[in-house]
Write a protein that binds this ligand. Structure first.
Ligand code: SF4
Length: 491
């Protein structure tokens, strides 16, 4: 599909929205009017006539041509208003042309809940916000409701953060094998294993340096999060070594939460679980993704449901009282019935958190070439899965507390963290809401610095792969000095 944009310089929103209707295909953007030669196209044109801004959108698709236009007072046509008007016109035409009605309407952003926080700050009531989302942005009632409920819980967690708050992310970018849908570990895992001892040595150095910065700047550590990869891929003593370094170098007296994403059940042992508990870890994840063994096999996730159940029982026996379980809707080989069985099975285990992801087909994953047909075929199935899960989790008193969307998710749907009251994963909210700075250590880590009394965000990137991280470690430390520069510059 080709998107022709005429007279309008801000192309991002129009392109993002068009992509939502043609998942798996490529929408090419041009400013050259090729309507006479293209069999199918989207055409968006913007112009000024006197005191008015004129919007015109035309879509030719499946042999039919449809068009809509709108006029707005020129003085109110700032970029946000123009994006909004174009979004509405495009959505209406593309829905009619394709028969697809994305459930989040014209909202293309990663964090729809942030919009709610903003509206509430501006004094809008919840009914007014709901009306805007459903009638102006064409979001489904179900999504508006989910976003509002999520905002309620997020607000309480965000309110705990102070201007000097900071969180720490520790990256363990290793996994026992690579899952088919994963875009993360893109080089041979066997090769990466050999790097672990050197990697951990340097990671501990980066932790020490980071702790020094936190101390010097007088920052207050709120949460620690070990992610990956699969942090429990490394041995219990290796993991404990890192925990040791954190304990010796950071002031943990203000810590609200200490999460280790155990992740793959095939890496979890009683020894690791007991050590984590003993060393003050307050929250872990055990991620089944599905409780259907044939789906696990299909996605190349080399563990079984029996291992998930065993790992969960071991974690409870070790005393873990805040356990998250990640699930994915839309996995290849999964169907609605099997997905519903997974939801029921996980609810039956009664974990404290259930995080429900929608499959996202990343460019570097094995599923990247799935194509347009794949998305069309899966559209109904995935929507049904999320509706079922949303309803059942609500009935079981699981509350949504953070929500985000990713590019290329099936049907442009969302990822939602649900929890029992009082068991929210604070780190998840802080990173999604961009509440305070997250200092990341390790390969693939991205430190996201947030201005204490403003909204300025800066990122510091570590090298993505462990071998780069090891060979260019001095540059990693050099870049970390940017944290001090960021804070001292604004204070
Ligand atoms: S366990 Fe997670 S990070 Fe590791 S390969 Fe599988 S999906 Fe990717």
């Amino acid at each position: 599909m080709i998107l022709i944009i005429n007279g309008y310089s801000s192309k991002y929103e129009l392109e993002s929205l068009s992509n939502m209707f043609f998942q798996g295909a490529r929408v090419t953007v041009t400013d050259e009017d090729k309507r006479a030669t293209e069999a199918e196209y989207i055409f968006a044109s913007f112009s000024q006539e006197g005191e008015e801004a004129c919007f015109f959108v035309e879509v030719r698709c499946k042999g039919e041509t449809r068009a809509l236009s709108q006029r707005e007072p020129w003085e109110s046509a700032d970029q946000s208003r123009c994006d909004h008007v174009f979004g509405q016109l495009l959505y209406r035409l593309l829905s009619a042309a394709t028969g697809i009605a994305p459930a989040w309407g014209i909202l293309t952003g990663v964090r729809p809940v942030k919009l709610i926080h903003r509206f509430r700050r501006e004094g809008l009531s919840d009914p007014e916000i709901r009306r805007f989302l459903t009638q102006e942005c064409y979001a489904a009632e179900e999504k508006a409701d989910l976003a509002l409920r999520t905002a309620d819980r997020e607000e309480a967690i965000v309110a705990l953060s102070r201007p000097d708050s900071v969180s720490l992310y520790v990256s363990i970018p290793f996994c026992p094998s690579r899952c088919r849908y994963c875009s993360f570990v893109s080089h041979a895992i066997e090769k990466a294993w050999k790097l672990i001892p050197d990697y951990l040595l340097l990671l501990r150095r980066e932790l020490e340096e980071t702790a020094g910065i936190v101390k010097q700047l007088g920052l207050r550590l709120e949460t620690v999060y070990f992610g990956g990869g699969t942090p429990t891929s490394i041995t219990a003593p290796q993991l404990e070594g890192l925990i040791d370094t954190i304990e010796k170098n950071f002031d943990l007296s203000s810590l609200r939460e200490y999460t280790v994403e155990a992740g793959r059940p095939d890496t979890i042992t009683p020894e690791k679980l007991q050590m984590l508990r003993r060393r003050g870890v307050t929250r872990i994840s055990i991620n089944p993704q599905t409780l259907n063994d044939s789906v696990l096999e299909e996605i190349g996730r080399r563990h079984t449901t029996a291992q998930t159940l065993e790992a969960y029982a071991m974690a409870r026996a070790a005393g873990h009282d805040n356990i998250n379980m990640d699930l994915i809707a839309g996995l290849p080989g999964d169907d609605l019935e099997s997905f519903c069985r997974t939801i029921e099975g996980v609810i039956g285990l009664a974990p404290d958190n259930i995080t429900l992801h929608t499959l996202s087909v990343k460019r570097s994953s094995d599923l990247r070439d799935a194509g347009e047909d794949f998305y069309r075929r899966e559209h109904v199935r995935v929507t049904g899965m999320l509706s079922y899960a949303t309803r059942r989790l609500r009935e079981e008193d699981y509350l949504p507390y953070y929500l985000y969307r990713q590019k290329n998710t099936m049907d442009n749907l969302e990822n939602v963290g649900y929890c029992r009251a009082g068991k929210e994963g604070y780190y998840n909210v802080y990173i999604m809401d961009e509440t305070h700075s997250i200092l990341a250590v390790g390969a693939g880590g991205v430190s996201k610095l947030k201005e204490p009394a403003g909204n300025r965000i800066e990122r510091i990137f570590n090298y993505k792969y462990p071998y780069e991280y090891i060979s260019r470690f001095e540059t990693v430390l050099e870049r970390k000095k940017g944290v001090e520069a960021f804070y001292t510059q604004k204070r």
